[in-house]
Write a protein that binds this ligand. Structure first.
Ligand code: AMP
Length: 406
């Protein structure tokens, strides 16, 4: 298929796609949209920045146009991502659409949200915590027969899982559910079956890989020397940069320090009030400053096409987030660079990331450990020729985390 015509979408939707300059579907859109239009559940994966948002938003809007009795709910792990999804859905609906929407995220006044929810929106986009707040205050979702979980693995992990289960009790069992992410650990794939009905597994490229057009560099460095090195690296680079820092306090402090050292920088983290978070993101999108220092609230989904460099000042707690952080650059086929600082204290985290990216290439220590283990188990069957049979298990398991402020 070369363009969107072959999907048989409504004229309004085709007009919106033309307005958005979406002339041809991306591979994940080409694969997922036909199944979604047939009403199938989907577990979808494709690399970062390859158009997953439209892969679920196009069929969602088409379903809303075709069936005036069905409603849709999209859940995302962060407020910034929810805003981005809402914007794409609004663009797809077009400026004249009679279909009402509600945007329901934490940190914003309840009043405006009550107002939107009273008007019987057909599409709700939000974060789980605030959706639950509204459910406790009487919101009903009994007509919500189209559900999307964006960044599925994050949504199903411990912090959000509880919130999600609470929401799902309000939804009809007869519904269509779409789940998408660039990373899908095996445990999450198993867990997803609880929410999906005979899903179509739609995958483009490999899951758990860094997007191919990202040039990656690694610097092994003592923690105390990181800032000095960072400044040198920033001098060498041009264009917008996102730096990931482990803590809210650390990101704030680093942005202040960088400003003092003559850079244009600002911080994004969960301790900021929502209006500050929105302001920082808007300014960064408009290139009003060059360097965004963020915690992992910015790791997933954010689409700021002009980000050219990702710097991991600290490694992420959860290995999958490494792939998502990298994915803030090289979006929609562009190129990007990623730099990673690794201190000796972060060796374990780095090993977990390496195992995720390349599960079959265990380091020498690991191979030795495995050999010892097999010996203990009486299974040390050295085969000098050919491969040893049996499965190779990836042992990395995502660690449960607390939900980020939603
Ligand atoms: P996403 O992975 O959904 O965040 O999308 C990454 C980028 O690709 C965004 O800037 C989208 O606007 C853009 N994009 C998605 N689908 C298409 C398409 N079919 N044609 C052109 N650009 C697209």
């Amino acid at each position: 298929m070369k363009n969107f015509e072959g999907f048989g979408l409504s004229q309004e939707l085709n007009n919106s796609l033309a307005r958005m300059n979406y002339t041809a579907p991306t591979p994940i859109q080409e694969k997922a949209i036909p199944f979604a239009l047939q009403g199938r559940d989907i577990l979808g994966s494709a690399q970062t920045g390859t158009g997953k948002t439209a892969a679920f938003s196009i069929p969602l809007v088409e379903a809303a146009l075709r069936n005036p009795h069905g409603n849709a709910l999209v859940l995302t792990p962060t407020r910034e991502l929810a805003k981005q999804v809402m914007d794409v859905i609004h663009q797809l609906l077009g400026p004249q659409s009679p279909i009402k929407t509600a945007f329901v995220i934490g940190g914003e006044p309840m009043g405006k949200q009550f107002q939107q929810l009273r008007q019987r929106p057909r599409i709700i986009v939000g974060t789980p915590g605030r959706i639950n707040d509204h459910l406790e205050r009487g919101l009903t979702l009994s007509k919500t027969n189209f559900l999307v979980l964006d960044e599925t693995d994050r949504m199903l992990d411990m912090g959000f899982g509880v919130q999600l289960d609470r929401i799902l009790k309000y939804l009809p069992a007869q519904r269509q559910t779409l789940m998408f992410s660039a990373t899908l650990p095996r445990a999450i794939i198993q867990m997803s079956s609880k929410y999906l009905n005979k899903p179509e597994r739609v995958a483009v490229g490999e899951t758990n890989v860094v997007a191919p057009k990202i040039k990656q560099e690694i610097v092994h460095i003592a923690h105390e020397k990181k800032y000095e090195e960072l400044v040198q690296q920033l001098y060498k680079r041009e264009g917008s940069v996102i730096i990931f820092s482990k803590t809210k306090y650390g990101s704030e402090k680093m942005a202040t320090k960088l400003c003092r050292d003559g850079f244009e920088a600002d911080a994004l983290h969960g301790d900021l009030r929502q209006n500050q978070r929105t302001k920082v993101m808007n300014k960064f999108r408009q290139k009003q400053f060059r360097i965004l220092v963020a915690t992992d609230i910015a790791a997933r989904g954010l689409d700021v096409p002009h980000i050219e460099h990702v710097i991991n000042y600290d490694l992420p707690q959860v290995a999958e987030d490494y792939i998502h952080r990298m994915g803030r650059t090289a979006r929609a086929g562009a190129e990007g660079s990623a730099l990673c600082f690794i201190s000796p204290q972060e060796a374990d985290k780095w090993r977990a990331i390496e195992r995720l990216l390349n599960p079959s290439a265990a380091g020498p220590e690991r191979k030795e450990h495995r050999r010892e283990h097999r010996k203990e188990q009486g299974r040390y069957d050295h085969k000098p020729y050919g491969k040893r049979g049996g499965s190779r298990k990836r042992r990395f398991k995502p660690r449960p985390r607390q939900a980020m402020a939603a």
